[in-house]
Write a protein that binds this ligand. Sequence first.
Ligand code: FEO
Ligand code: CA
Ligand code: CA
Length: 625
Amino acid sequence: MWNRDQQDSQFSQMIDARLSRRRFIAGTAAVSASTFLSLNPITKAFAAQSETSLLNFEAVAASTSDTFIVPKGYKATPLLSWGDPIFADAPAFDPSGKQGSQAQLRQFGDNTDGMSLFPISENRAVIAVNNEYTNYDLLFDHGGNAMTADDVLKAQAAHGVTVFEIVKSGGEWKLDKNGTRNRRITANTEMRLTGPAAGHALMQTELDPSGMKPLGTFNNCANGQTPWGTYLTCEENFNGYFGTSGRAELSDDHKRYGIKAAQSKYQWHDSDERFDVAKHPNEPHRFGWVVEIDPNDPTSTPMKRTALGRFKHENAALLINDDGHVVVYLGDDERGEHLYKFVSKGKYKPSDDAANRRLLEEGTLYVAKFEMDDNELKGQGQWLELTYGKNGLTKENGFNSQAEVMIFARRAATQVGATTMDRPEWVAVHPDNQHVFCTLTNNKHRGVKEGQPVGGPNPRKENHYGQIVRWLPSNGDHSKDSFDWDLYLIAGNPQVHQGSLYAGSDNINQNNMFNSPDGIGFDKAGRLWIQTDGNYSNKGDFAGQGNNQMLCGDPMTGEVRRFLTGPIACEITGLTFSPDYKTMFVGVQHPGEKGAPSHFPAGGNSKPRSTIMAITRQDGGVIGA
Ligand code: FEO
Ligand code: CA
Ligand code: CA
């Protein structure tokens, strides 16, 4: 842990150095150069080790090739690809697309996303990983044009979470198909609802009158990990799975979450009426939650934590505050939606995991309001409480209980006056346990749609590059209502744009530029790993940026260096480490999407497959160091 005085001076120097050269002169955004030069209160608390860069690898160039490129002296090997058997008796992957649901239930799901590693012993660990969605053109031989009931079951089995054990031998981590923890969790696995919305009338359906036992989880984007050994999986774009071929009058609340009374592209409602919103209008209320899973017990029931609110969850960045309360930062990834914070009622007890496992059942949810004084790129902010009866969350304003505040958290956030954001994606907590970073991936509606004004942490009209905001709670105390914020990084293209914020912040140049930061995470040393899910056309505004990639940032010096590039038409997402930080696991999602010419990872003429890569150094050292 760094001490506060060292933090003060180091972080101030860093900001001074980084911002002394500035390119924010003209602008499409109403920001003056001098505002970014002045010292920010957030800089008054950061860490030591001034002179030495945390980044000790050779930068990788932008790439448009169909390969996964890591720095010189590094090696990357596929660990697990979509369709690989995760049980000893499971069938091998069949690229024809003709395998049915029973095979997919015993194989790695599709489109790998957020993941966490849980150590078991020195040479054994268990990884829990999200399978966010699936691409029908790759999943089926008919491309989704002749869906049977079993095809729907297969698609549902390609979603959810995969839990698998890995063992280390000869310095390399490999899947253990005989691992006793191996498990598939899918869109049909029985779960429990907990917290304020559990059992509420809005959660009850004909198939589950208790309102307590939803089936399944899907569109699990990113993740979180608790110190009591559980995995958090976050339900994101759940709306796309609901639809109807009939007629339904949908409420404004359904519309706010994007639920439509139309044919859904996944076609689940055609053979599984649970997904027909005309027949089961409450079923969508049972999705959009954070789900807690015990990766060490394959018989355990996943728990949906309604105290953390219902929205399109990206990830769940959890920390233990100095006072023992559990704090979870949460983004809602949609243009103009919000950033949230949960504070548990109870306190973490290091020796009582049975009690810790209930900490996410009860607490207070807040939503962020950023002040935008003089349109500066820094300022203060407030966390506004989302509690029934407070801040206008009353009957007069359409809220009848805490359950409704949680189920319609988006509407509650609007009611209290939260700031609309440029699509909050992952949140990551710096190892100092104080500074928190969040990717705002892009937002073409900024400055265009009503209610999404340019300013504050969202400083560019029609923002298609994204930025990373960070904040420091007052006194370093995450239970406090106020915080200071600034922008750590503004992605842009200095090759295409000069003299405006579209060129990016000063730490962005033609050698490290990228767009649409999404997955982020810190390693133990404080390196910030930044993954992209952006425009990979390599043309126009994105010329020179190439395929999606992962970069590494040093928050002390501001430096950003490209660490790897992915294959054609993929997204890089999902990040976890072996306990010694000598192996890094990174996800390559949807290579070859929409028919793009990828054959990753097997090459030749093979079908492209979403894959987890294991990255090591040839000299066996710590990644990035
Ligand atoms: Fe699944 Fe917001 O990315
Ligand atoms: Ca994402
Ligand atoms: Ca994204």
